[in-house]
Design a protein around this ligand. Structure first.
Ligand code: BDP
Length: 598
């Protein structure tokens, strides 16, 4: 789905700000039918949970309502008017005055509605958006709603991060001309020093199309007519990790005479792209034909007060910290991040493993922790065909949204699903096929949980890169790094020997309380986190097939309550307010050295 942009033929109005807000039930049976009866106001973009002091709002399970009035710019008389919601977590319902114009399930991908027939240029309308945070066995991510003995509806889920909800990203009103571009797909290659730029343009009605590639200075370097083809850029500057270079593809829809009079451009869209290749060969991960070793983190969209609300200040600061520490990459654990994040990564040469929101498709974890038999993960009453259909829809939306970002070098289809359990292959094989069909240009991976090993995993051969999440020295052999080292080495060796593919660490980490110190191996101390990483790195460096290390986590983050968590997950190398723990300095020394050498 194209991002709204201002061009010579398109305009956009950002609808962020403070909106009226109410819990479902508190605002009448049809909250969209008039002004929302409420005293509350909520910031957009932001998760609503931490904005208010009332626990009934923070812990609400169900729908909430946002409302504001919007004036359509008076110049938009002959335009199509679209309303775009970048994210409504996890389900959104949009009303223009009394009319339902859009419904969408999935909290981390955008959706839009053509509202032309419901609005008038120069006039105001009432915009009401209902957002539901419920997770079930057929949503991605999944969850279960239970009712406690005291009668409270509670949301259970199989991931630790807090189930923040609301309008966590921007909302836009934008306009496009009657005949317009609806999609652009760009796939690049390198032929010696020539960049090849495959393009495919879709329009809402048949019309002549012209494409032009501009370099970073705005000079035209290639052009063609037609809805698809390949442009060649001689002496192209590739997009490289740490050295981003972006071109623009200017796509023009022309009138019937093909703009021969110089006055026939019906629509213009502009899509940035980078010329680069990605390939897995043997046990190597290659970007532009050169071996790439991932250094960086699994992150979260998580900040105080805003929750998962996108924030440009944190965006800039987090990327500064990535650069400071020598990280060249991160994984969008455990859901697609705001498009602003990927655009920033494109501009700054940070490599991204783009992950779906499929986290928690695993009932074996509970069994593993309690020793009790667990329900089968892959069954119609738990995660069956309907779950997989939701997963497939989500994958389609993710790839449609992110396919043109040069920073995105790999899709991660799921985090820690139960891939060693009967039914896993039947679940994943069609999703792998779907992903490869939608995007043959990028490698794919998944992250393997502790219970899936080189010996028992049922799906790894379907993927290009094996990403393992391992907590030896934390959940296993806690406080005993010597034993942990042996477990880890055996574990990694088994994956490497069995599959002959590149292996990387998707998560390794230790909860750490800043300010806690010890001369011994005491978990939770700053020294222990540092030594834990050092042990991991010793092991990684023993394997040639090892292609990267993503520490868990970049920063401390909010979780739901639980006996394993004290005010959230503290495995951050930075605190939640982005101060470095001691391990940050050790990582910095290693990663700067590694990146200097590679
Ligand atoms: C892993 C999960 C991650 C958790 C982490 C932890 O992938 O989301 O936060 O464990 O327990 O299993 O810290």
């Amino acid at each position: 789905m194209l991002r709204p942009r201002s061009t010579a033929t398109r305009e956009k109005v950002n609808l962020d700000g403070v909106w009226r807000f109410a819990l479902d039930g508190a605002a009448g049976p049809e909250p969209w039918s008039g002004p929302l009866a409420t005293r509350l106001e909520a910031a957009v973009p932001a998760s609503y949970n931490d904005l208010f002091t009332d626990p009934a709002i923070r812990d609400h399970v169900g729908r909430v309502w946002y409302q504001r009035t919007v004036r359509v710019p008076r110049g938009w008389t002959n335009e199509r008017v679209l309303l775009r919601v970048d994210a409504a977590t996890h389900e959104g319902r949009v009303y223009v005055d009394g009319a339902l114009v859009a419904e969408h399930v999935g909290g981390y991908t955008p959706f839009e509605a053509d509202v032309t027939d419901h609005v008038r240029a120069g006039e105001e309308f009432r915009l009401t958006i209902g957002v539901n945070n419920e997770l079930t066995n057929v949503t991605i991510p999944p969850g279960t709603i239970t009712v406690s003995r005291s009668g409270r509806r509670e949301q259970q889920y199989k991931h630790d991060f807090y189930n923040y909800a609301g309008l966590s990203r921007s909302v836009w009103l934008h306009c496009v001309p009657a005949v317009h571009v609806t999609d652009v797909t760009i796939t690049t290659g390198l032929d010696g020093t020539t960049g090849t730029v495959g393009y495919a343009v879709e329009t809402n009605a048949p019309a002549p199309v012209r494409v032009r590639a501009l370099d970073a200075d705005g000079a035209e370097v290639a052009a063609a007519h037609g809805t698809d083809g390949v442009l060649r850029i001689d002496g192209a500057t590739p997009w490289r990790p740490g050295a981003a270079y972006l071109y623009d593809l200017v796509v023009e829809v022309l009138d019937e005479d093909g703009d021969e009079d110089g006055d026939g451009v019906l629509d213009v869209y502009r899509e940035p792209f980078g010329v680069r290749t990605v390939e897995v060969r043997g046990t190597e991960f290659l970007i532009n034909g050169e071996p790439f070793y991932f250094t960086g983190f699994g992150k979260h969209e998580d900040t105080p007060v805003r929750g998962k609300g996108h924030d440009d200040a944190y965006l800039v600061h987090d990327f500064q910290l990535l650069e400071w520490i020598g990280a060249n990459s991160f994984r969008t654990s455990h859901y697609p991040y705001a498009e602003e994040v990927l655009e920033f990564a494109d501009r700054h040469g940070i490599v991204v493993v783009d992950e779906t929101a499929a986290v928690g498709l695993n009932l074996a974890v509970q069994g593993g922790l309690t020793g009790r038999p667990h329900d089968p993960t892959w069954a119609p009453e738990t995660f069956g065909d309907a779950t997989r259909d939701a997963h497939a829809r989500h994958l389609r939306e993710l790839i449609a949204r992110d396919k043109n970002h040069p920073s995105v070098v790999m899709w991660c289809l799921a985090n820690e699903a139960s891939t060693a359990e009967e039914g896993a292959r039947e679940y994943f094989e069609p999703l792998v096929g779907l992903t490869r069909g939608l995007d043959p240009s990028r490698p794919i991976t998944f992250t393997a949980w502790l219970g899936a090993t080189g010996g028992n995993d049922l799906v790894a051969d379907l993927f290009d890169v094996v990403t393992v999440n391992r907590y030896y020295g934390w959940y296993i052999a806690n406080g005993d790094l010597e034993t942990a080292e042996r477990y880890l080495e055996d574990d990694l060796r088994a994956w490497i020997e069995k599959f002959g593919k590149p292996v990387m660490m998707g998560e390794y980490g230790a909860d750490t309380l800043p300010g806690l110190h010890s001369v011994w191996d005491v978990p939770w101390t700053e020294e222990y986190q540092r030594d834990y990483f050092e042990m991991n790195h010793r092991v990684f460096d023993r394997f040639d097939a090892f292609v990267g290390e993503h520490v868990w986590n970049f920063a401390d983050f909010a979780t739901s309550n639980g006996i394993h968590r004290v005010d959230g997950n503290k495995k951050g190398v930075f605190t939640r307010d982005r101060r470095p723990k001691s391990a940050a300095h050790a990582l910095r020394a290693r990663w700067r050295d590694l990146n200097g050498r590679r």
